[in-house]
Design a protein around this ligand. Structure first.
Ligand code: NAG
Length: 135
């Protein structure tokens, strides 16, 4: 084999190993659970979607949660976004963003929705972080 063919074979092998590793990492579904943690016991209307799925709108009483699962794609970045409304105001948030969230806490992503935005423990840390609503 000439040098280029050699490099090509080497690169393909490395990609295969990485792909296999990613597959193992993602072994199974990711679960996203979203709690209505609005102050002053407000109902929260939540409606989540991805490019391919519409999960439908529902109303959560204070402390209730909405939950969904999905199988991440290996070569496609997964994104789920939700509208969240209460008291006549409505906001958007990217509730699952692969680069930000990865496999969350062992494939469980938990959010507390508050007036100023959704909060969660940041992936790979012990820090509880509140995010601003999408612009
Ligand atoms: C991760 O999940 C486990 C089990 O649900 C829980 O006990 C733990 O507190 C979570 N860790 C973080 C950082 O949220």
């Amino acid at each position: 084999m000439n040098q280029w063919a050699n490099r090509l074979v080497w690169s393909l092998s490395v990609m295969l190993v990485l792909a296999a590793g990613t597959e193992a990492f993602w072994n199974g579904n990711v679960q996203v659970r979203i709690y209505n943690s609005l102050e002053y016991t407000k109902d929260l209307t939540i409606h989540c979607k991805s490019k391919d799925d519409d999960l439908g709108a529902r109303v959560l009483s204070s402390g209730e949660h909405f939950e969904f699962q999905f199988a991440p794609h290996m070569f496609k970045k997964t994104l789920f976004f939700c509208s969240m409304a209460w008291d006549g105001q409505s906001h958007w948030f990217d509730i699952y963003e692969e680069d930000r969230d990865g496999d969350c806490n062992s494939s469980r992503c938990t959010w507390d929705v508050k007036q100023n935005g959704p909060c969660t423990v940041a992936t790979g840390t012990l820090l509880f972080v509140c995010h601003p609503w999408n612009k």
